[in-house]
Ligand binder design. Structure first.
Ligand code: FPP
Ligand code: MG
Length: 302
């Protein structure tokens, strides 16, 4: 093993660990009713990068969290993420045929099963988050409850994922100003990414001052991540992305490149990541992985 593991090798190793945990938690394909379990597994194991679980793991590790607890929470995050992708792809929303290089859930299993697979993953995520070992102490129980409460809020209708998705559906680039675009991006994507790093920190036992720093980091990388996603829709290829590209422009979506231009969007994303990394300087080399991850989020090609 080389002394300095590349970010790719590191991500791959972490992804494998998360995948093992997901495989343990998700009902097997031969569990009755087969159709729903097949659909849940199909989308969860379609080849996601597992960025939210990995962010949760690294954030928790910074404060000495237990890897088993963090992996379990990270798996719940990935289930929520996968639910959001399945529903986002539905005909009534983005109507996409391809996701992670494979037919979308509704193309593969039909719309009814896809809707239910999303619902089931969202539900299983909260079952998973509340199924920690019986020997936990009062602090761990409190952390668990706080995580459930925060995550539910982060994906809800008050500046959470559903809120961002709703506004995203209701506006176009023409009718949107930069402040509304920041609301959409922060709510639709940023709040959940921020919740992922907060989840790790809370489960790791971080103090409130540490949580504040992690929150600043999470908010900045969350927005940067969605700006990068907007840019990839303009600059990326269908092959590397595993989904249709150029759709935002065709549908006159409100995006960073549409409102700010490509070069300025790249500049803003880089600045956000630099600021996010700066926030963690107080932790010295211990925060190196989180800083590398922040850079990876905007340098990725898929
Ligand atoms: C790609 O993540 C995902 C996004 C950029 C988030 C977009 C937001 C939504 C789809 C919200 C939808 C909300 C509802 C309620 C339907 P990624 O690059 O990490 O994907 P990967 O897991 O495939 O790697
Ligand atoms: Mg969408």
């Amino acid at each position: 093993m080389p002394v300095v593991e590349t970010i790719q090798a590191y991500l791959e190793a972490q992804r494998r660990e998360v995948d093992r945990e997901l495989d343990r938690i998700l009902p097997p394909e031969d569990a009755y009713p087969l159709s729903i379990h097949r659909a849940m597994r199909y989308s969860v194991f379609a080849g996601g990068k597992r960025l939210r679980p990995i962010l949760c793991l690294e954030s928790g590790r910074l404060f000495g969290g237990d890897d088993r607890v963090l992996r379990r929470a990270g798996s719940a995050l990935e289930m929520i993420h996968t639910y959001s992708l399945i529903h986002d792809d539905l005909p009534a929303l983005d109507n996409d045929d391809l996701r992670r290089g494979k037919p979308t859930s509704h193309r593969q299993f039909g719309e009814a099963t896809a809707i239910l697979a999303g619902d089931a993953l969202l539900t299983l995520a909260f079952e998973t988050l509340t199924a920690f070992a019986a020997d936990r102490d009062a602090d761990a129980e409190h952390a668990q409850l706080r995580v459930v409460h925060e995550l539910a809020h982060a994906i809800g209708t008050r500046s959470g994922m559903v809120a961002g998705q709703v506004v995203d559906l209701e506006v176009t680039a023409e009718t949107t100003d930069p402040a509304t675009l920041d609301y959409i991006h922060g709510a639709k994507t940023g709040s959940f990414i921020c919740a992922a790093v907060r989840t790790g920190a809370i489960l790791g036992g971080a103090a409130e001052a540490d949580l504040d720093r992690i929150t600043t980091y999470g908010e900045k990388i969350g927005l940067a991540f969605q700006i990068a996603d907007d840019l990839l829709d303009v600059l990326g290829s269908k092959q590397s992305m595993g989904k249709a590209v150029g759709k935002d422009g065709r549908q006159q979506k409100a995006t960073y490149p549409a409102l700010h231009g490509v070069a300025q969007s790249q500049k803003i994303a880089t600045r956000l990541v630099d600021d996010a990394c700066e926030t963690l300087q107080v932790y010295g080399a211990r925060a190196q992985r989180l800083q590398e991850l922040a850079h990876f989020l905007i340098e990725r090609n898929h």
